[in-house]
Design a protein around this ligand. Structure first.
Ligand code: XLS
Ligand code: NI
Ligand code: NI
Length: 460
């Protein structure tokens, strides 16, 4: 009897094992081996359990995998066909969607990535009508839910793809055609419910085609009002189904439209304030979008921070010489350092994290490259975190800034801040003072050098 049982359980085990295919076959469980390691499948700087600024690196960095790039992007560009095979052995759309779930969770497990993000249409194919699309989505959401339970992986945020289908050719929330708006609302309902079912920590609204190609055919005022109307419906539905996580707007200045309404962080903050949406929305800042807008990532994060809407990050980088969203993996240590500096100053991530909205180059076409690219990005941000922590610990930068503004702590500065002064009183003050003799050096070069020194004195 006992023998029989054992045979039966080993057969069941065998069947179970045989059902689970391994997709990233050459990728082992990636471990920290330190800066001297030459193993492409090892972390050189990301040491998940190392404590930095009071938390482990894993807790500070909260890496996320972007379903659309990691599991869907196939290297296709405007001039050429796919170079990467992301079929995971399947042809039929729903089978492929299911295989991607296995591939995605295998990948996160091997890389030690705790979070993921998706668009509704990345995880499940669009059907022939809204109900069929929602049904496809829900089928995959149920499988994801199980996988999350088994693995402990979490959904950082969900979103709806409101830009790919031709119905959204003129926009979704800002479409000139009310039917397209209605369709977007229907799709949003299902995507928000999917996010809620998966306990998503947040929900992102990237303005896919919310913008214009020419003002000659555009009613900008109505389009912006409508965008806010859609967001208010989103909040109302969140309240109804009990989704409490923040919504994120993700600024981007252009692409696909010539002018995106969510141009940059400041434009988004203005929109949120104008329409009374500040309390439910924060920003999801993406490095490549910042640089497309002519800003640094640090600038965008600073704008979000000082306005109290810092939320999450799409971690990637652009190419200095290219004017579009190349979504490269973030290997620039300076950029990551200044981003992490702002993030630490904002108190670190709460609901947000570092979502790798990034893809390997078209020529890096193997599944091994997918892993190697993530390792490079994780190491890049680990160095960034270590650099930011050194800069804060070192204290010279903070001290310098504090001293630079010391005149606001007492005397006339304090009096202005306390609201005691007017143009008239300051006129009188200047009559007495004569010329300004209190300017001091901004010391930019010295501070840049302090940053280099911090970088070169990280201990491993
Ligand atoms: C595109 C955006 C997009 C959002 C999610 O440029 O970065 O990928 O992050 O819709
Ligand atoms: Ni993004
Ligand atoms: Ni982007």
């Amino acid at each position: 009897m006992q023998r029989k049982n054992r045979t039966l359980s080993s057969i069941i085990f065998f069947i179970k094992e045989a059902n689970v295919s391994e997709y990233f076959k050459n990728v082992p469980k990636v471990k920290y081996e330190g800066p001297k390691s030459k193993n492409p499948f090892a972390f050189k700087f990301y040491d998940p359990d190392r404590k930095v600024a009071g938390k482990t690196m894993r807790e500070q960095l909260k890496f996320g995998m972007a379903w659309w790039h990691t599991l869907c992007a196939n290297g296709q560009d405007m001039f050429g066909s796919p170079t990467m095979d992301k079929s995971f052995g399947n042809k039929e759309a729903m089978d492929l969607a299911k295989a991607k779930v296995d591939a995605g969770f295998e990948f996160m497990d091997k890389l030690g990535i705790d979070y993921y993000c998706f668009h509704d249409r990345d995880i499940a194919p669009e059907g022939r009508n809204i109900d069929e699309s929602t049904e496809n989505l829900n089928t995959i959401v149920d499988i994801l839910k199980e996988k999350q339970k088994e693995s402990g992986k979490k959904l950082l945020w969900g979103t709806a793809n409101l830009f790919n289908n031709p119905r959204y050719m003129h926009g979704a929330g800002t479409a000139p055609n009310a039917d397209a708006f209605a369709y977007a609302a229907a799709q949003l309902k299902a995507a928000l419910e999917a996010t809620k079912k998966l306990d998503g920590a947040g929900y992102t609204c990237w303005g896919g085609r919310e913008g214009y190609e020419t003002l000659l055919n555009t009613d900008m005022g109505l389009e912006l009002d409508n965008m806010a109307r859609l967001f208010k419906m989103l909040i109302a539905h969140a309240d109804k189904i009990g989704f409490t996580g923040p919504f994120y707007i993700e600024p981007k200045p252009k692409e696909p439209t010539k002018h995106q309404y969510d141009f940059d962080a400041a434009t988004c903050v203005n929109f949120l304030r104008a329409y009374g949406l500040m309390d439910r929305f924060r920003l999801n800042i993406e490095t490549n979008h910042a640089t497309l807008a002519g800003h640094t990532m640090q600038h965008e994060l600073r704008v979000a921070r000082v306005n109290g809407v810092f939320g999450s990050v799409d971690a990637n980088q652009g190419d200095m010489l290219l004017g579009w969203d190349t979504d490269q993996f973030p290997t620039d240590v300076y950029g990551a350092g200044l981003a992490m500096y702002e993030i630490l100053k904002a108190g670190g991530f709460t609901t947000g994290g570092l979502n790798f909205d990034a893809k390997q180059r078209r020529g890096s076409f193997t599944l091994d490259d997918v892993a190697i690219a993530h390792i490079a990005g994780m190491d890049g941000f680990a160095l960034g975190l270590l650099l930011a922590d050194r800069m804060i610990e070192d204290g010279r930068i903070d001290k310098f800034v504090e001293e630079r503004y010391a005149s606001w702590k007492s005397g006339i500065g304090k009096s202005i801040i306390d609201g005691k002064e007017s143009l008239e009183s300051l006129y009188a003050y200047v009559q007495k003072m004569g010329e300004v003799t209190t300017n001091t050096s901004g010391r930019q070069e010295e501070l840049e050098s302090v940053m280099n020194q911090c970088l070169m004195s990280i201990d491993f």
